[in-house]
Design a protein around this ligand. Structure first.
Ligand code: SAM
Length: 357
């Protein structure tokens, strides 16, 4: 038996306790979003450190809240890099104050009301939470994802029937997509010469809105499920079209898609890509932005974000939907008929995968 007082055993016991308590992290993050703490600290860009009592009086006019419990959450999330802690010392006491780090600032609403906060909320709605205790079932029976076992139907069908979930999903997608698209459009020049572009699974049309703003000659077709495009706002230069990408995709001389293929199993991805291939002219491009897995499993933030998101997909969207390596994506694309492939690493999370007919 190993010596339990050794540094190795001590570290191992600590690490497993940390992992066993990990649920505190996303749940507390969700609490911070529900309480609107980031906007309270930000206050028009001031970001000056506030105590839990000061934050509470900004977010809770009833005065019923418990500042000590808020401080417990702020302290824990400080250790995860969401807040910076500043301790003011007095003669016999001290006050802890909190400002936002760069990570915390991603939760602050911009002028259009967008941030990563809806993405945090979207991930922790009751219907999704019901699926999480069944992750092991995705191992024992991969024919159905835990979300279906918990809720009786697939996630997109479920969201589509509930206006609030549908709306939150669109807000979550916009909050994540807009900052990515800014970086993507700065670093990618593959839309030159394109006149008619379809965004497959384009949600509310935010990605296309940004593309046509930069390339006004492009006629944009935002293609998504009928119940999703029914809620999409009017966007100059963009037509919303409802349909099912497994049946047919509107004609285009280039196709864009973001965060689509990872949700589906290999045969389904092949079918989506074959439907794209059919409508593209010779030399036409499918530009897919997807989370791409590294080959090695290390403990970097990037690898963790990608692998954690992979388990999210397995649990919520498809037991055999998955994040893939660029080689795996390439193989599916070639099997769907595409002849050329390149991967561009512009963003840490989404990789640009270009397939040419
Ligand atoms: C993860 S979201 C990505 C949204 C958007 N592309 C973005 O990145 O912000 C996936 C999108 O695929 C759409 N979708 C799901 N099944 C679809 C189908 N069969 N045909 C067309 N769109 C579909 C969903 O409604 C949703 O908007």
């Amino acid at each position: 038996m190993e010596d339990e007082s050794s540094e190795k055993r001590n570290s191992a016991r600590l690490a497993i306790i940390e992992l066993a308590n990990m649920i505190s992290v996303p749940m507390s993050l969700q609490a911070i979003v529900r309480l609107n703490v980031a906007d309270a600290i930000w206050q028009g860009g001031v970001n000056s450190p506030l105590s839990a009592s000061e934050i509470l009086s900004a977010v809770d006019p009833t005065g019923r809240g418990d500042p000590e419990n808020l401080q417990r959450i702020l302290r824990m999330l400080t250790s995860y890099g969401v807040f910076s802690e500043h301790i003011d010392h007095f003669d016999n006491s001290s006050v802890r104050k909190y400002s936002l780090t760069d990570v915390g600032k991603t939760l602050v609403s911009d002028a259009d009301g967008l941030s990563y906060a809806p993405y945090v909320l979207q991930h922790h709605q009751d219907a999704l939470m019901r699926a999480w205790p069944m992750v092991h079932e995705a191992v024992m029976d991969s024919t159905t994802e835990p979300f279906v076992k918990a809720n009786g139907e697939p996630a997109y069908l479920y969201y589509g029937k509930q206006a609030e979930m549908n709306g939150l999903m669109q807000k979550a997608m916009a909050g994540v997509s807009v900052p990515f698209m800014k970086a993507f459009l700065d670093g990618y020049d593959g839309f030159e010469g394109v006149e008619r572009l379809v965004d497959v699974g384009g949600s509310a049309g935010d990605c296309l809105r940004m593309i046509v703003q930069k390339y006004p000659k492009i006629q944009g077709i935002n293609f998504d499920l009928p119940e999703v495009v029914a809620r999409a706002p009017k966007i100059p230069g963009v037509t919303h079209t409802g349909g099912n990408m497994f049946e047919a995709i509107p004609d285009a001389d280039a196709i864009f898609m973001k965060w689509i293929l990872c949700t589906w199993k290999d045969e389904e991805c092949k079918q989506i890509m074959e439907n794209c291939y059919k409508v593209l002219p010779p030399g036409g491009k499918l530009i897919a932005c997807e989370p791409v897995l590294p080959t090695h499993s290390d403990d970097s933030h990037r690898t963790r974000a990608l692998l954690e998101n992979d388990i999210f997909i397995m649990t919520i969207y498809g037991a055999k939907g998955k994040n893939r390596t660029d080689l795996e994506f390439k193989q599916i694309g070639l099997s769907a008929g595409f002849s050329q492939f390149r991967a561009l690493y512009i963003d840490y999370f989404f990789t640009v995968l270009e397939f040419q007919k």
